[in-house]
Design a protein. Structure first.
Length: 882
């Protein structure tokens, strides 16, 4: 030791030391600190006071008291960061009989690298999570010395070898199900039935009364924590080994013009595909000016003689704002136009979309572009709406000259099987997975305690209001609620009064958070006496539209509604320390949602922004919510539809508890959704496999069962149709359509899906249309469009279309009889009421089925009243043709 710290010999330097400290800026610590001066946890004000550090250098170190405080707080692992193992040895004396681990990072008798590696290994076997990718990252620079942290992946030997397992088996303590006595006890607690409790416990009711509120509170907290744990998921990246040697084939490489970085990546990709035996053509696109029709023409020319060519788009690498729609990166906008153009051209070319450092595959990785992260949300929607043209998403390493990237990219594009969300890194290829979050610690919900000023964007909306009520009841002194209309927003006055009843100061401000100057003025006007400690960004907008019908203005409106406010808040707050910076995202950004390309892109952007803030050492949490009850984006009708798909709305009280837990977790993103995987997973994977769900046992089981029950597809169906008469064939296909339509709409049987009732009237929208298309595509083996139910507007019309595609030879048509055409045209002009008044209705019905004239019932009249003209004509005439 160079000086006699913590002794009177330090006193001559204290004044000068104090002067140096006055010139420093002390930031609020991110972790609790036990003070060596007091031996207890220090508050943040103390640690930011220069006088404290003067005392610290002079006064005695109360190390034993500090260790005692840490043990009282539940700490059982101690890591000594220093050149020797002095404190580790002291711990052995202080805690001789306790089950704790003390680990030293360095030892004077060992080489530094080996000592540090040994320390990491000790921590690892004691259950401490280690970011091994950082330790082994030296492999990327060519370091070969294992002691220095370098490592490289090697292939397993091809010969047979024996595995020996060295990992010790954990002792598992089975948890028994609650017995009847337990159930009766907790039932009595929940009913507040003191008489029943007294009888069970053999005690007097009066003596139990004081304990009842505590038991009730504990029980409810336990149930709420358990519920939230079952709703909580996170995204992880798993190493995969794509097969080598798969045919490469032809590729069209689409790249942005005038982009040197994209050019370097394109050159690397071109060289790698060509070296592997592929043929590569390149198409350069001006992402700032290109339009859908022009791009379709260029694709037609490029793919004319090679319709089997696959497409790799590097357009997403251009992440600067689009000149006319600055809320959207130019590359994302151009990618949407590329998808639309490929759809228009009709060439079955699989599209892969590449980004660069847009996802973080682990703690040693970092998101470089939140804008490119947004493209992943849009891509997931393309995979749902257009599975027939979708290849996947692939994230390239930040360095375009990485010598390992080219080979790994080729293997990922050609040999990854069903994987459609991949990242190429110096350490390998990784695939995206959704997994359950680990159960939260009992104190996880206490780690964010609202205080000072809390800013809530979208604060007068349904979700913002729920958050405002919670922070008002839990310690906030000042709540700032923003919305575009401010005080004039519906319910704003009542909400202000409700929050004020908690003794909280409330400001309702009209502020368009998409306007940077408005956000700057808002932040500048905050009261410095009550500092800003937390931001909750809950503003956003949404609109449903299939991606082929979405223009750039509509895309920008939805993306900007989610993204612009978050970007401005992040930039204007800079490195200001906050307790929480929460962004309300959506499951649409996690796994996609039909008809919501812009919304999914915006929410995926928020996930990327949260990763970037965490990498800068700042607070950030992006919560991808499922639907909330009592408001939010999900309307009552949407909630019923979601429920039929396996998504249940979450009560606000439980959702808010999940929010508090999420903020207290180490990861930047969390998905919170109440999902029935047995219902959701088969529908989600109806058009193509979804490896994203591979590590969720409930989803995997549901998909396995669905695969066992599903038909073999178009071949068997065609064989069944060929020998049938026209009427039997049409009946079979109509029932097929009605069965799948009923399943999509959540009906128990086909009774509510009338054969000639328009799909729109049955309740189909762009989302359910995609799901029905996916189901029918799987059942028939046909490549069907997302506009299927709009092009063929009822089950009978759709069944006829399917029949013509499956057995076209059975639908060969004779030339139309001119007289028949004239009759059909005349019928189309006659109102139903006139047909009924003329006494022709029963005759038309008779011609439909060939039986005796039925008595006209109220039900049949109601059915006919629901038909449009085309359906009525079919009802009247189609029967006579068979």
């Amino acid at each position: 030791m160079s000086h006699a710290f913590h002794s009177p010999l330090m006193e001559p330097m204290l004044a000068e030391f104090r002067a140096v400290l006055d010139g420093l800026t002390f930031r609020e610590p991110l972790l609790p600190v036990v003070s060596n001066v007091t031996g207890a946890v220090a508050d943040t004000d103390t640690l930011r006071d220069p006088d404290y550090w003067v005392r610290h250098v002079r006064e005695a170190v109360r190390y034993a008291d500090g260790v005692t405080a840490l043990r009282a707080a539940g700490v059982d692992t101690f890591l000594e960061v220093g050149p020797q193992s002095v404190l580790t040895a002291m711990n052995a004396d202080l805690l001789p009989d306790e089950d704790v681990s003390s680990v030293a990072t360095l030892r004077k008798d060992r080489p530094e690298a080996h000592a540090l590696l040994h320390a990491l290994a000790e921590l690892h076997v004691h259950g401490v999570p280690i970011t091994w990718t950082r330790w082994f990252a030296a492999a990327a620079t060519g370091t070969a010395d294992p002691g220095a942290g370098g490592a490289r992946r090697v292939d397993l030997p091809t010969y047979a070898f024996q595995h020996r397992r060295y990992w010790p088996d954990a002792t598992v303590r089975p948890t028994s199900a609650p017995d009847d006595a337990d159930a009766e006890f907790w039932s009595a607690v929940e009913r507040a039935d003191l008489t029943a409790l007294a009888a069970q416990l053999g005690d007097e009711a009066d003596r139990l009364a004081p304990a009842l509120p505590v038991l009730t509170s504990w029980r409810r907290a336990r149930q709420r924590r358990s519920t939230v744990d079952t709703w909580s998921y996170r995204v992880v990246w798993r190493p995969v080994e794509p097969a080598a040697g798969a045919p490469v084939g032809g590729w069209l490489l689409v790249q942005p013009a005038d982009d040197p970085l994209a050019d370097r990546h394109a050159d690397t990709v071109d060289a790698a595909l060509s070296a592997a035996g592929g043929t590569v053509r390149r198409l350069t696109v001006d992402v700032d000016t290109v339009d859908r029709d022009t791009l379709a023409g260029e694709l037609t020319a490029a793919l004319a003689d090679r319709p089997d060519t696959r497409v790799l788009s590097l357009l997403g690498l251009r992440d600067r704002p689009h000149p006319r729609h600055p809320a959207v990166p130019a590359g994302t906008a151009a990618t949407m136009l590329l998808v639309q153009a490929l759809h228009d051209v009709g060439v079955p070319a699989r599209l892969w979309c590449a980004t660069r450092a847009a996802v973080a595959t682990g703690d040693g990785d970092a998101v470089d572009s939140a804008g490119q992260a947004g493209l992943w949300g849009l891509g997931r929607v393309v995979g749902l709406e257009h599975p027939q043209l979708w290849g996947g998403l692939i994230d390239l390493p930040a360095d375009p000259t990485d010598p390992t990237a080219g080979d790994r990219l080729v293997r990922a594009l050609t040999g990854a099987g069903d994987e459609d969300q991949l990242a190429v890194r110096p350490t390998g290829v990784y695939a995206r997975r959704l997994v359950r979050s680990a159960p939260a610690a009992p104190d996880a919900a206490q780690r964010w305690q609202p205080r000072g000023t809390v800013l809530i964007t979208g604060g007068t909306g349904a979700l913002g209001a729920h958050v405002a009520r919670w922070v008002a009841a839990n310690g906030a002194e000042h709540i700032v609620l923003t919305s575009r209309r401010g005080e004039s927003a519906p319910g704003a006055t009542e909400l202000r009064a409700e929050l004020g009843a908690h003794g909280v100061r409330v400001s309702v401000v009209a502020c368009d958070v998409a306007d940077r100057s408005a956000v700057a003025a808002l932040l500048a006007g905050l009261d410095e006496d009550i500092p800003l400690t937390a931001v909750v960004h809950a503003a956003g907008t949404n609109q449903l539209s299939p991606i082929v019908d979405t223009d750039l203005a509509a895309l920008a409106e939805v993306v900007g509604g989610k993204v612009a406010g978050a970007v401005h808040l992040d930039a204007l707050l800079g490195d200001r320390p906050l307790d929480a910076f929460v962004m309300f995202a959506s499951i649409a950004g996690i796994w996609g949602s039909g008809g919501q390309a812009g919304y999914a892109a915006g929410n995926a952007f928020l996930d990327g922004l949260a990763e970037r803030r965490r990498a800068r050492g700042l607070a950030a949490t992006s919560v991808a919510w499922g639907p909330w009850a009592d408001g939010g984006m999900a309307t009552d009708e949407a909630q019923r539809m979601l429920s039929r798909r396996g998504l249940t709305v979450m009560p606000p009280a439980e959702a808010l508890h999940a929010l508090r837990v999420a903020v207290g977790q180490p990861e930047s993103g969390r998905t919170v959704v109440d999902v029935d995987w047995a219902t959701f997973a088969p529908a989600y994977a109806s058009a193509r496999p979804r490896p994203l769900l591979a590590e969720l046992p409930e989803a995997r089981q549901a998909l396995h069962e669905a695969a066992d029950e599903s038909p073999d597809g178009g071949t068997d169906l065609r064989e069944r149709l060929l020998p049938l008469a026209a009427a039997e064939r049409d009946k079979l296909l109509t029932e097929l359509v009605r069965t799948h339509a009923a399943a999509v709409l959540g009906h128990a049987d086909t009774g509510k899906v009338k054969p000639q009732r328009a799909f729109k009237e049955l309740g189909f929208d762009s989302l359910t249309a995609v799901e029905l298309r996916n189901r029918l595509a799987r059942a028939t083996g046909l490549a069907l469009t997302t506009t299927l139910v709009f092009d063929h507007p009822d089950p009978v019309a759709l069944a006829s279309h399917l029949g013509r595609e499956l057995v076209p030879e059975s639908y060969a048509e004779a030339p139309a009889d001119p007289a028949e055409v004239a009759v059909r045209q005349a019928l189309a002009t006659i109102p139903l009421a006139r047909i009924r008044e003329a006494g022709l209705l029963d005759l038309l019905l008779k011609l439909t089925d060939g039986d005796d004239v039925p008595a006209t019932t109220d039900d049949s009249l109601d059915l006919i009243d629901e038909m449009d003209t085309d359906s009525l004509i079919r009802l009247a005439l189609d029967g006579s043709e068979s």
